[in-house]
Ligand binder design. Structure first.
Ligand code: FMN
Length: 230
């Protein structure tokens, strides 16, 4: 099982360690990791060149390295420390830079069969809202199976996390990994299907972002009877 991990931080603290525990419990073999901002140190400029041609994004080369790995993966694991109740700024920047993957633009067929796990730790509160920043984006990418894990750890780093909390994390991460391993074929749910159909109606009515997005939907056959799920 191919796993790609995207970390919203360069350092290996509590969030990284929890994400890595989950990954190791799923498969120790095929794990590729990206660290933000190290591997994509840019903010979206709002130039919209990606809407005409994705390869014209000024940051296409770096972005494409990550997104090619994402597209080839079976399981995605996102980690972010909770910063001011939300995902980290580098993670938010990554989400912005991949907005053209959303169902409102050019979703990738491969996304509709992937599983994703999103991890965030907070000292006190906010981990759940930080996780939601990412789960929302993955929903719009079309990913049908998204497992959120936000936890308060009362610590500034992994060494500061007490043993009782670490035991709980050990149990929780085993449960999450087992859920991923048990789900062989992921089914696309009603909510994803409904959002896709809404976006399809928008493309059909020419209310989308332009000709290139519409041509993409047309080429995939999604304006006819084809769907990105089986
Ligand atoms: C810039 C910054 C903002 C933070 N904001 C919050 C917050 O809103 N809520 C909270 O409970 N902890 C907050 N924290 C604490 C971290 O979320 C917490 O220590 C987390 O477990 C760190 O994860 P890491 O070890 O992976 O870096 C913040 C820490 C930093 C550095």
């Amino acid at each position: 099982m191919k796993i790609v991990m995207i970390h919203g931080q360069n350092h290996k603290g509590s969030t990284y360690n929890i994400g890595r525990m989950i990954a190791n419990k799923i498969s120790r073999e095929d794990i590729v990791e990206f660290f933000l901002p190290k591997d994509l140190n840019h903010f979206c400029l709002g130039c919209y060149t990606c809407i005409d041609d994705v390869t014209k994004c000024p940051f296409y080369e770096e972005k494409n390295i990550i997104m090619s790995a994402v597209e080839a993966a079976d399981v995605l694991i996102f980690t972010t420390p909770t910063y001011c109740l939300r995902a980290s700024a580098p993670m938010k920047s990554f989400i912005d830079l991949t907005f053209n993957y959303w169902m409102s633009h050019r979703p990738r067929k491969c996304m509709f069969s992937k599983k994703a796990i999103v991890v965030s730790t907070a000292a006190g509160c906010g981990a759940k809202t930080a996780v939601k920043d990412i789960t929302d984006a993955l929903f719009y990418w079309g990913i049908p199976c998204i497992l959120p894990y936000g936890i308060s750890i009362q610590a500034m780093n992994w060494n500061g996390v007490n043993d009782k909390k670490k035991q709980k994390i050990e149990r929780d991460t085993t449960k999450i990994a087992n859920k991923v391993l048990k789900k062989k074929n992921v089914k696309v749910g009603l909510k994803t299907k409904a959002m896709f159909m809404l976006m399809r109606m928008m493309q059909k009515a020419d209310f989308g972002s332009g000709e290139a997005d519409r041509a993409y939907w047309e080429k995939n056959g999604w304006l006819d009877r084809e769907r990105p799920w089986r």
